[in-house]
Design a protein around this ligand. Structure first.
Ligand code: NAP
Length: 246
């Protein structure tokens, strides 16, 4: 239990697997009232079995209207974590319009839609709040064959900055975390081919990939009152991966 999180209402998107799932469990253990949104009901049922205090909603957040209605029905929350994201690893010339829309609709448009509904409520009620956008180091440096995903993360980082600027006066803080590779479902799909992981590992001074808990701890810190003067940043969680050219 953490007195700061006691009773705080927190929405986490992409809560069914990986980083989002662990984040929900950690926040619930800290005393928060977690509202978990994800696409696969089975994952959410499994999360509920792990911690029955967690409220679960099956929702494909790339669907604008039904997602907006869900967030409006949930009403006022103290915190939001835009964590859900998708990728289709393909070289630039092979990306089709359908791939582009698929990646942007979840990674950017849904985060915008959900944030707008959440912030409107916070501003109306003058409660303040904290938002963390789960971005990536791929939004900062170019990574071959995940360029479209990288563009969405750069867009998300700019959304972080503009939201921080516009909503700081309402005591709403907005920050990004930018992890390196984490071997979740998404991480394995992109980076587990023979030889690929080793090449990346050589570029990480700490000599390992991030674990889910490394990212979760950074998110929890940015949501907490310990980060009360931190607003509009992109925090790499990358063991120094971004530091070197050679
Ligand atoms: P993950 O294991 O693939 O989990 C993502 C979760 O988001 C899944 O539960 C997925 O549901 C859900 N989701 C995806 N699209 C959704 C949608 N449209 N509506 C509702 N739920 C949706 O991914 P992860 O590795 O934990 O990634 C979490 C965040 O970290 C993402 O923002 C990702 O970009 C970022 N990140 C990951 C890495 C990495 O190497 N893993 C590195 C840097 C940043 P379904 O499985 O049911 O589709």
């Amino acid at each position: 239990m953490d007195p700061y999180f006691q009773g705080k209402r927190v929405i986490v998107t992409g809560a069914g697997k990986g980083i989002g799932r662990l984040l929900c469990i950690k926040l619930a253990k800290s005393g928060a009232k977690v509202i978990a949104i994800s696409r696969t009901t089975e994952d959410l049922d499994n999360l509920k079995l792990e911690d029955s205090s967690i409220e679960i909603h099956t929702q494909d957040i790339s669907e604008w209207s039904s997602t907006r209605k869900l967030i409006e029905d949930i009403g006022l929350v103290d915190m939001l974590v835009n964590n859900a994201a998708v990728d289709r690893k393909k070289p630039y010339l092979e990306i089709k319009e359908e791939d582009f829309d698929y990646i942007y609709n979840t990674n950017v448009k849904a985060a915008f839609n959900i944030s707008q509904a959440v912030v409107k409520c916070m501003v109306e009620k003058q409660t303040g709040g904290a938002i963390v956008n789960v971005s990536s180091i791929a939004g900062i440096n170019a990574v071959h064959s995940i360029g479209t995903y990288g563009c969405t993360k750069a867009a998300l980082d700019m959304m972080t900055k503009t939201m921080a600027l516009e909503f700081g006066p309402h005591q709403i803080r907005v920050n990004s975390v930018n992890p390196t590779v984490v071997m979740t479902k998404m991480g394995k799909a992109a980076w587990s081919a023979p030889g690929v992981a080793d090449t990346i590992l050589k570029r990480i001074p700490n000599g390992r990939f991030a674990e889910e808990i490394d990212v979760v701890d950074a998110i929890v810190f940015l949501l907490s009152d310990k980060a009360s003067m931190i607003n509009g940043i992109h925090m790499p969680v990358d063991g120094g991966h971004l530091l070197q050219f050679f």
